[in-house]
Design a protein around this ligand. Structure first.
Ligand code: 2BA
Length: 108
């Protein structure tokens, strides 16, 4: 069994979850925040049989779009500490996905 952890954009979460549910995968949705942009994103946890991993990855890939965001981040370095720097263009997503081995799985 594997645990798939997928960090996706909030805008894509509804569609990804619907498609996973339609394909009979169970999902836990967490409201999370990126450490760089400090904006909200969504983290999905899905426990699946090994042979189902590719199917889940395809659903996530097909429904997660890359988007460009503009961020004005305060500098945290040296003499510029605290100054707001010029906006930077950042390409976010589609999805950042980790696939982990599950040692045990229980439902009590
Ligand atoms: P954030 O940390 O808010 O990052 C948003 C986007 O900003 C990233 O998009 C990337 O394009 C850019 N970025 C992040 N750190 C940067 C840096 N130090 N310098 C320049 N640009 C930087 P994605 O790579 O698509 O990541 C989207 C979100 O996925 C991230 O939001 C974070 O919440 C998560 N994530 C990405 N890689 C991760 C990793 N290795 N471990 C844990 N979470 C990760």
């Amino acid at each position: 069994m594997k645990m798939i952890i997928a960090i996706i954009q909030d805008e894509d979460a509804g569609e990804v979850i619907s498609c996973l549910n339609d394909a009979e995968f169970q999902v836990t949705r967490l409201a999370t925040k990126g450490g760089f942009l400090h904006s909200g994103n969504t983290t999905l946890l899905t426990g699946v049989a090994d042979e189902k991993v590719d199917e889940v990855l395809k659903i996530i890939e097909d429904n997660s779009k890359a988007r460009t965001q503009y961020a004005t981040l305060p500098s945290s370095c040296g003499a510029m500490h605290g100054f707001i720097l010029a906006p930077i263009e950042v390409k976010v997503g589609g999805a950042t996905v980790f696939v982990l081995d599950v040692e045990q799985f229980h439902k009590f």
